[in-house]
Ligand binder design. Sequence first.
Ligand SMILES: *Cc1c(COP(=O)(O)O)cnc(C)c1O
Length: 426
Amino acid sequence: MAVLNKLTSQEAIELENKHGAHNYHPLPVVLSKGEGVYVWDVEGKKYYDFLSAYSAVNQGHCHPKIVDAMVNQAKTLSLTSRAFYNDILGKYEKFATEYFGFDKLLPMNTGAEAVETAIKICRKWAYEVKGIPENKAEIIVCENNFHGRTTTIISFSNDPVARKNFGPYTKGFVKIEYDNLQALQEALENSNNIAGLLIEPIQGEAGVYVPSEGYLAAAKRMCEEYNVLFIADEVQTGIARTGRLLATCGNCTCEDKNCSGTPEIKPDILILGKALSGGAYPVSAVFANDNIMNVIKPGNHGSTFGGNPIAAAVAIAALEVVRDENLADNADRLGVIFREELAAFAKTNNLVKSVRGKGLLNAILINDTEDSSTAWDICIKLRDNGLLAKPTHGNIIRFAPPLVMTEVQLRDCIAIIKKTITEFKI
Ligand SMILES: *Cc1c(COP(=O)(O)O)cnc(C)c1O
């Protein structure tokens, strides 16, 4: 059978183009193997992965502990559905809720599903606990948000490419400027029907926008004042990526890298996905305390695969790796080196305007018009030089390697990035 033969890169790309929907525009590289911070293409060329599957592979590719957990569970019991109990979901729920400091979690599979779940929990809480009149609940969201791809979620996106011709759109969302406390204050004052604020602690897809110091804590306090749920979408920023276990913990003064948030910034609802499985398997979850989560009753919500035994086993292993290998500390330390080196480089090079980010979620802004292909063209050259990254919105390149990277490897990568950009000609 021809599909089992080894393909060249060109053949693999042609197959996808011919038989797959064109909903992505991948960088032309065809990967067939991954280990730690490295991936290999079908011709055997080795690359540093500087995207980590959008921060799903924080623990590194094919981490042996996660793979073992997955294989062992897959050989034992893979799926029961929630029609019956299984002997590992409860263990995972206890482990993960203690790990992040919440009473309960609701298990789903993808990030978008978890965001949808959080919206449903927030609305139900608004009607049954806060007392908002039925069908009137509104959730505040931020401009340039990215929360996933479902019809409801794209209803409150302002990316025309993600939205256009997918209407009619879901109502019940109020959009405000990100990192603007006055806009939040006005939105909270303007309506009695605000149920929640759905927010990314750093806007990843939008181009790694880090809000001002103190913004998240102040926003959380405002939400408390108006009895509005602070819903943190940490699908991309969570699980050690930004140098703390959670990015909502990043603006406080506490020194504990494994702390899941001081009370003042601790979200009412926490959404996790991506690295919750170390990239081995789709696992997402919504966390909340009982006063919120208990609005969900049998039949209100569900998912055939949500909370399946493989997901539970994989997630426990993935979270153990983050803790045992001190990935938050490593991301914090390496992130400082990365930004220092690239900020110094930006001063000497016209193509790089600036560098920003937190931990190992960083981006460089390319000095060219938003619609030019310069960031893309640089990513092609980075690929040629053995490092894989991808532009985000505008002329921005996101750099998010696996958190298991060593300092020696990081310095090697910094050298590749500097060399590539120095040699680059528009
Ligand atoms: C990736 C992402 C999502 C969506 O996750 P999927 O697993 O792709 O559905 C939601 N929110 C944020 C912040 C993300 O980065």
